[in-house]
Design a protein around this ligand. Structure first.
Ligand SMILES: [Mg+2]
Length: 232
C-alpha cells in the first residue's frame, strides 16, 4: 500500500501498551485471598466475569468499575463479612494496577514516529477518560497523535460518529487493535478498514471471532506492531 495520508486509529490498552496482564495479576491475587472452600478458582472467575459484565454495563470501564466488581464478587461469594480490613485489602489489589509503570508493547516506540511522519494518527480507546489520558501522558506517546477519543463503548455507531467528526475518508481509515469485539468487528461494520494485532492475554470479555470485512473494507492480521511499517 504505502499511500500517504491515511488515517490510523489506534486502540490503546494491549495494543500500544500492556494492560490486561495487570488486571489478571490482581484477579489471581483476589481469588487466592478469597480462598474459597466450596467454589473452584474457575468458578470464582466465572462469577467475577459475570459481575464484571454487569458492572461495566452500569458504570463503564476502568479501575473504579473493577473495584466495584471485586467487592461485589467478594460479598456474593465469601462466607465471611466484608470487614473494613478486608475491604482495604481488596482495594490494594486494584491500586497495584494503577501503580504499574507504563510498559509499551514491542515495536511501538520505534514504529509510531515513522507512521506519524506519513499519516494522521489518533488514539481511540474506551474506559475512564481521566485514567486513559493519564496513561497516554505517562506513555510518552501523546505527541504522535492529533486526537484522542475516549469513548464509553466502541460499537459500530461510535465508529461512524467518530469518522464523521474527524472527516475520515472511510476507505483511507484503519482501526488498529487487539480486540475483535471492540476494535475490529465494529470498525469493519462501520465501513472502515481494520488491522488486527492479536495479544496473547486479551481480556476474556473482549473475546470474539473476527468477522469477514464487508464489501470494500479491508482486514489485515499482523504478527507484530512493527509489521505496520510494511503497509504504511
Ligand atoms: Mg485493547
Amino acid at each position: 500500500m504505502n499511500h500517504l495520508d491515511q488515517t490510523l486509529l489506534f486502540d490503546a490498552d494491549d495494543t500500544l501498551w500492556e494492560n490486561n496482564v495487570y488486571f489478571e495479576r490482581a484477579i489471581t491475587a483476589f481469588i487466592s485471598y478469597l480462598d474459597h472452600r466450596v467454589h473452584t478458582t474457575e468458578e470464582v472467575r466465572e462469577h467475577l466475569n459475570s459481575v464484571e459484565r454487569q458492572t461495566v454495563a452500569a458504570h463503564g470501564y476502568g479501575l473504579k468499575s473493577f473495584r466495584r466488581s471485586l467487592i461485589r464478587c467478594f460479598e456474593e461469594l465469601a462466607d465471611m463479612p466484608l470487614t473494613e480490613d478486608k475491604h482495604h485489602r481488596i482495594v490494594s489489589f486494584v491500586d497495584s494496577i494503577s501503580e504499574q509503570e507504563m510498559e509499551l508493547m514491542p515495536g511501538v516506540a520505534e514504529t509510531l514516529p515513522a507512521l506519524a511522519a506519513r499519516h494522521r494518527l489518533m488514539v481511540v480507546t474506551k474506559g475512564d477518560e481521566e485514567e486513559q489520558i493519564d496513561k497516554l501522558r505517562r506513555s510518552g506517546l501523546a505527541a504522535y497523535f492529533t486526537a484522542v477519543e475516549v469513548l464509553p463503548e466502541k460499537h459500530e455507531a461510535a465508529y461512524r460518529a467518530l469518522a464523521a467528526r474527524h472527516a475520515c475518508d472511510r476507505r483511507q481509515t484503519w482501526m488498529i487493535g487487539n480486540s475483535p469485539k471492540s476494535d475490529i468487528n465494529p470498525a469493519l461494520a462501520a465501513g472502515l478498514n481494520a488491522i488486527f494485532v492479536p495479544h496473547d492475554f486479551t481480556w476474556v470479555l473482549e473475546h470474539e471471532l473476527v468477522d469477514q470485512p464487508p464489501e470494500g473494507a479491508k482486514l489485515i492480521e499482523l504478527g507484530s506492531f512493527r509489521d505496520l511499517l510494511n503497509y504504511f
